[in-house]
Design a protein around this ligand. Structure first.
Ligand code: CMP
Length: 138
């Protein structure tokens, strides 16, 4: 079924000038961009977004990193969006990412890993509504 996932182009990829390359790979893979914005998070807002990871040892580093520069947030639509997008982005650690994935091409480390992708339909909906109001995700 056609459904949605949520993504962010992370600060490392924005800073390196890879927004266009990444959005191109996303569109080439058949995802339709249905909402998008360019923003810079505060550490506090990043902390709220990543609250599910608040007990993890890398939480502080993650929030600091995600608020270190601008990001692009977007909602994507496609058949089987969540699973197919996770395939397209590749493993969290770019050292494990397969050839042809976004992280293989653009990520530099486990935290500076170029893109985020929701891990479930439920989180896709939560994350999408964290960034976009009802009239921005019609
Ligand atoms: P993301 O998919 O955005 O969701 C959680 C993020 O935590 C993940 O991408 C990684 O960038 C980051 N992350 C996961 N494991 C580690 C780690 N061991 N050290 C630093 N960051 C991590």
């Amino acid at each position: 079924a056609t459904n949605r996932t949520f993504t962010m182009v992370k600060p490392d990829a924005v800073e390196a000038g890879n927004i266009g390359g990444i959005l191109n790979m996303i569109e080439e893979a058949g995802f339709k961009i249905v909402a998008m914005k360019y923003v810079k998070l505060s550490a506090e807002i990043a902390g709220k977004f990543y609250e599910v990871h608040s007990e993890r040892p890398f939480y502080g580093e993650l929030c600091e990193y995600m608020s270190s520069g601008a990001i692009v947030a977007a909602i994507l639509e496609k058949d089987n969006a969540v699973a197919d997008f996770r395939k397209l982005i590749g493993a969290t650690n770019p050292a494990d990412a397969e050839e042809g994935t976004i992280r293989k091409k653009y990520a530099t480390s486990i935290s500076a890993n170029a893109v985020h992708g929701s891990d479930s339909d439920e989180n896709a909906a939560i994350e999408g509504s964290f960034f976009f109001s009802q009239f921005e995700r019609f």
